[in-house]
Design a protein around this ligand. Structure first.
Ligand code: NAP
Length: 342
């Protein structure tokens, strides 16, 4: 069995999770999928940092070591736009498939990167970039390929869940945001999450995977205006408030909405807290399909990254022309369409 060599860019929360997961799951992946994985190099900024479970001999501060030195798939987990973009361009330019969890990068440069990949016959896996450990990209693109999707509704932003959950426990909005920042749930500038734009980006991506139709209406309202009084009123009526993102097929296009909604506390959407996400997809033939799970965190996100790695490794392993024919509709045009919507 030929070994698939991984070049890992980044060994932080998700990268560290991936190192653990590859180590733990390698025998199962080999037996079940016929894919033998080896991490060849790992790019980090600080070579002296403590990284339990990571073989220090694999660490380097040179991206060129990782990308150019004999790996098959480059896994980008450094985050950010500029440097990550340069590394991904270099990886694609040198014929490497790429897996990334970086929604910000794809939002800024997805069109260009997917075009480069398509032109070179390469894949970019991005399952982990939306809803962390929930395999929503695959479900929308493959699992429900036989159905027409009518709507998608989700709670997809962990920061807003965390803030609203703390407000239910008695904190006011500002204190709840500070608590989210202290726990690492929110950025120093939390506006992307709090004002609903992160949720809007995610529902746009999901919408571009689900519908062959343009977005004709979009409205985004975040949770900044939600008050403790509103949360208490909802609570008295057996409800909670959550930031809900929706995409609905309408005549002529797709309507997107992100807004706080009052939800029955007993409804599955009402039980979602902190890093958990939920997505409900309604198909014309299938009816409703609901996925819920961790939308962030080291191991859940690493698991989505690893699923992309396994899929691409299988495609690379090559079943001749057939494999390439399968790859085209799965990885590239979808990715290009998704990118176009970002
Ligand atoms: N965390 C999550 O739950 C989650 C969920 C979904 C998606 N994602 C996405 O996954 C990606 C990684 O997130 P993360 O939370 O794992 O980030 P992180 O903990 O900050 O880790 C980033 C890693 O990249 C390295 N790095 C950053 N800039 C570098 C540079 N210029 N040169 C070399 N190494 C560099 C860092 O090195 P040092 O260790 O030396 O500092 C670190 O190992 C991001 O795109 C994020 O949006 C994260």
């Amino acid at each position: 069995m030929k070994t698939t060599r991984l070049g890992l860019l980044g060994c932080g929360t998700v990268g560290g999770g991936l190192v653990d997961l590859v180590e733990r799951e390698r025998p199962r992946i080999r037996a079940r999928y016929g894919v033998d994985l080896e991490i060849r190099h790992i790019l980090v900024r600080d070579l002296g940092k403590r990284r339990p479970g990571v073989d220090r001999r694999l660490l380097t501060s040179s991206a060129i070591d990782v990308i150019d030195d004999g790996c098959d798939i480059v896994v980008e987990l450094i985050g950010g736009v500029h440097t990550a973009g340069a590394f991904v361009r270099r990886a694609l330019g040198s014929g490497k498939d790429v897996v990334t969890a970086n929604k910000a990068l794809l939002a800024a440069h997805g069109d260009e990167l997917f075009e480069i990949a398509a032109a070179r016959g390469l894949s970019i896996g991005f399952e982990a970039s939306v809803c962390g450990g929930i395999p929503i990209v695959r479900v929308l693109h493959r699992g429900l390929a036989g159905d027409s999707i009518e709507s998608i509704r989700g709670i997809v932003n962990g920061t807003c869940n965390f803030v609203l959950s703390r407000m239910e426990e008695g904190l006011d909005f500002d204190a709840a945001v500070r608590a989210a920042q202290q726990r690492g749930f929110a950025e120093a500038d939390p506006s992307l999450d709090i004002d609903g734009y992160d949720a809007a980006q995610k529902i746009r991506i999901l919408s571009s995977l689900a519908f062959d139709a343009p977005i004709t209406h979009e409205s985004v309202i975040g949770i900044r205006t939600v008050t403790r009084a509103e949360i208490e009123r909802a609570h008295a009526g057996g409800c909670v408030i959550r930031l809900v993102a929706e995409a609905e097929r309408m005549p002529g296009g797709v309507t997107l909405r992100v807004r706080p909604q009052e939800i029955d506390a007993a409804d599955i959407f009402g039980t979602i807290r902190d890093e958990f996400n939920v997505v409900a997809i309604r198909g014309r033939a299938t009816g409703e399909v609901i996925l819920t799970g961790k939308g962030a965190g080291a191991q859940p996100t690493a698991s989505a990254v690893l699923a992309d790695v396994i899929e691409i490794a299988q495609l690379r392993r090559g079943r001749g022309v057939e494999a390439r024919d399968v790859e085209r509709p799965i990885a590239r045009p979808v990715a290009v369409r998704a990118a176009a919507a970002w």
